[in-house]
Design a protein around this ligand. Structure first.
Ligand SMILES: [Zn+2]
Length: 265
């Protein structure tokens, strides 16, 4: 009996570890959707996970809140650890116990989204209000003049905007227009997701061929305090690293995946 319980716990913990990134991303977006749903519905109209086409590319906007006070364009980042960056830098850094991870400057990302909306809707740039919201578990050390806040502060910030920019009846028109732009067909959504996956696949292929996906130099095998990894031969100019999965983990992961597959059958 105890053995069964033990096996169950092991499998459950492995399953959780495999799906953790997906679960986290999902929870992050879900909670913001829940939070903004508490905004008075007679004043604020909401889109979650908006997908629109612009210049032959699809762009995904986490949340959009339309009101007479402006259009709030919300980008959420469900990250833990220290977050550093500035308005003009190309990348920001997430630092967790010395493990650094670079991500594209979310202010720039948000600006690109606003530009696309501005083009599609024909609405002037200053009627849009960008908001970058980080998980409450992040430690924001960002040098910025923009709205870079914690998820829990979203509604308070939105309510601070009280200058009237649109007429009451403009809001419904805007809502209808955006509804039309929003790609809702599962087919088109799937295609967008596969485009994103292709980029990740190419990166993975480059690593497998021993090429640094960040700068194109060759990768070299290194052993460090925290295990083996592939590092860029262009170090310290390029700090790309890819940890090597430990064999025991590799087999455990495979076993767990098999088990999950058999459950889904
Ligand atoms: Zn490199």
């Amino acid at each position: 009996m105890e053995i069964i319980l033990f096996i169950f716990l092991v499998v459950a913990s492995i399953t959780f570890r495999i799906f953790q990134p997906k679960i986290k991303g999902y929870l992050g977006e879900k909670s913001v959707a829940t939070i903004i749903s508490f905004l008075p519905s007679n004043k604020y109209k909401i889109f979650n996970d908006l997908l629109i086409e612009s210049n032959g590319r699809t762009i995904q906007i986490d949340h959009l809140v339309i009101s007479i006070y402006g259009i709030f364009v919300i980008e959420t980042k469900n990250y833990k650890g220290w977050i550093t960056g500035s308005d003009n830098s190309e990348y920001w850094t997430k630092n967790m116990f010395g493990n650094k991870y670079k991500f594209y400057n979310p202010i720039k990302q948000n600006k690109a989204h606003i530009l696309a909306l501005n083009k599609q809707l024909g609405i002037s740039f200053n009627n849009f209000i960008p908001i970058i919201a980080f998980s409450n578990r992040a430690d924001l050390r960002v040098n910025t003049a923009y709205n870079v806040i914690y998820i829990s502060q979203i509604n308070r910030l939105i309510k601070e905007y009280t200058d009237i920019k649109f007429q009451e009846n403009d809001i419904q028109k805007l809502y209808d227009k955006i509804s039309q732009l929003n790609i809702v067909s599962p087919e088109a959504r799937r295609q967008h997701i596969s485009e994103v996956h292709n980029i990740i696949a190419t990166k993975e292929q480059m690593i497998q061929q021993g090429i640094c996906p960040k700068c194109g130099h060759s990768l070299v095998f290194r052993s460090g305090k925290y295990g083996d990894f592939f590092g860029c031969s262009n170090y310290p100019k390029c700090r790309f690293t890819k940890p090597i999965e430990r064999r025991s983990n590799y087999f455990l992961n495979k076993l767990a995946k098999k088990f999950i597959k058999s459950l889904l059958k």
